[in-house]
Design a protein around this ligand. Structure first.
Ligand SMILES: [Zn+2]
Length: 436
């Protein structure tokens, strides 16, 4: 019997669940004793990705004593950074027993590996497992995780999940209570899901200059940590913290926690998807994704009011060390004001240039920047590049890699990262460092 391969969509349509019996790989039924153990055991172990953001490929229970699950991340295109996300449920376990997860990262080979992964018994409260280890099994590259379960049912995920439900349940109620915060639909996705955007704009502010700030996350669906940082940033803006209030008096702030809503809901990796992902092709008219067209229209109308002053596109998974900005070398920025403003903002944030020494340590609150050459070839025009070239001559346009995949990369870690960044943005604008 050949090991069956089902896409998530097909698998959900056909079954909703996978039982152990239908998915035994040939390699594992060749050993007689193993085969007997397997078939004499009356247990049924079920796997499912049939829920929002559930994902992964070739999910297979290869043994139920000890319980061992083999799987691959969702593959958007050709492996590498297009093959990262997975999130599934295992049911039928006995509390106290060990489950082994075998993440198959061979051909074409996936890039993103979380040394520790997240587990939950209710999809609400999440913890980190012990650190996994690389292994070679049957000549293929794997990464192995082990976990002692404390429930019959357990969910495992590549990183801390963040879905549109988090926006609706944890962010919307706070926004609705805030008189100067509005929820707006940026657009619908190709699959008709709503892309929500929050606008913090104190209409009674008497400030002489009102700045414009645009913060968005999750152009790449698998980068859930990016949404968490922005989620915590939005909560901080509504927290009553004096620095948050000062910033809100001086700036109108737009927050989009999830750009690729379809990719997140469908449990896909999102990055490098065809014909290009949500952070590419920004120069095209019209762009392939409605999110890009709607964002460009809004950013262009902001430009008519001499905004945006700051634009940050939140990504991950960083480099397992610190949050850092990916930016062009300063001399490549087109205007002197952009160079001066970016430099002053980095100074306010106490942001340092990322080097090999910095990569040896970890934090959520020491920010770095990594300057690079700027490839302006059309198909590579990303959101940061488009904003730099097409809005104002004084904008600070940044891509940030939030710090995913470390033991600190939990919700409280992402909160610390958000507040540190928020306070620096507040200090930068309220001290009038920004030059228009
Ligand atoms: Zn990304």
């Amino acid at each position: 019997m050949k090991n069956r391969i089902l896409s998530r969509r097909k698998f959900v349509k056909q079954t909703g669940l996978i039982s152990t019996m239908g998915f035994i790989p040939q390699a594992l039924i060749s050993g007689a004793s193993y085969q007997n153990t397997f078939f004499n055991n009356k247990r049924n172990i079920f796997l499912s990705t049939d829920f929002i953001s559930g994902g992964g490929e070739d999910l297979t229970v290869i043994s139920n004593d000890p319980v061992t699950v083999r799987f691959k991340p969702h593959n958007e295109a050709d492996g590498g950074w297009s093959q990262v996300w997975w999130y599934f449920m295992v049911d039928g376990l006995t509390p106290g027993e060990k489950i082994t997860l075998q993440l198959d990262r061979d051909e074409p080979g996936s890039s993103g590996i979380s040394p520790q992964i997240f587990f939950s018994y209710d999809q609400q409260l999440w913890g980190l497992t012990n650190t996994g280890r690389p292994a070679e099994i049957e000549g293929r590259d794997f990464f192995i995780y082990e976990h002692i379960v404390r429930s019959k049912k357990v969910w495992f995920a590549y990183d801390l999940p963040y879905t549109p439900d988090h926006i609706d349940e944890l962010l919307l109620p706070a926004v609705k209570k805030d008189p100067d915060a509005d929820v707006v639909e940026l657009c619908k996705t190709k699959n008709n899901h709503s892309v929500k955007m929050f606008v913090f704009n104190d209409k009674n502010s008497l400030t002489e200059i009102k700045y414009g700030i645009w913060l968005q996350a999750r152009s790449h669906a698998f980068e859930s940590g990016a949404s968490w940082v922005l989620h915590e940033m939005a909560l901080w803006l509504m927290s009553g913290d004096p620095e948050a209030e000062a910033l809100r008096r001086r700036a109108s702030i737009t927050v989009i926690p999830i750009v690729d809503v379809d990719g997140v809901i469908e449990g896909r990796t999102g990055k490098n998807q065809n014909p290009y992902d949500h952070n590419r092709g920004w120069d095209q008219e019209p762009a392939y994704w409605q999110q890009i067209n709607s964002s460009k229209a809004l950013l262009s109308s902001m430009a008519d009011q001499n905004m945006p002053d700051m634009y940050i596109d939140f990504h991950g998974p960083g480099n397992s060390s610190h949050p850092y900005f990916i930016v062009p070398f300063e001399e490549l920025l087109p205007t002197e004001k952009q160079r001066l403003n970016r430099s002053k903002f980095f100074e306010t944030l106490k942001c340092k240039e990322l080097d090999d020494q910095a990569r040896l340590s970890q934090s959520m609150t020491q920010f770095y920047y990594s300057p690079r050459p700027w490839d302006k070839s059309a198909s590579l025009i990303n959101s940061r590049g488009w904003v730099t070239m097409n809005t104002t001559d004084h904008n600070i346009a940044l891509t940030i890699e939030v710090n995913m995949n470390t033991p600190l990369s939990t919700r409280s870690g992402y909160r610390a990262e958000a507040i540190e960044l928020g306070r620096a943005i507040s200090g930068y604008f309220t001290n009038d460092y920004h030059q228009r």
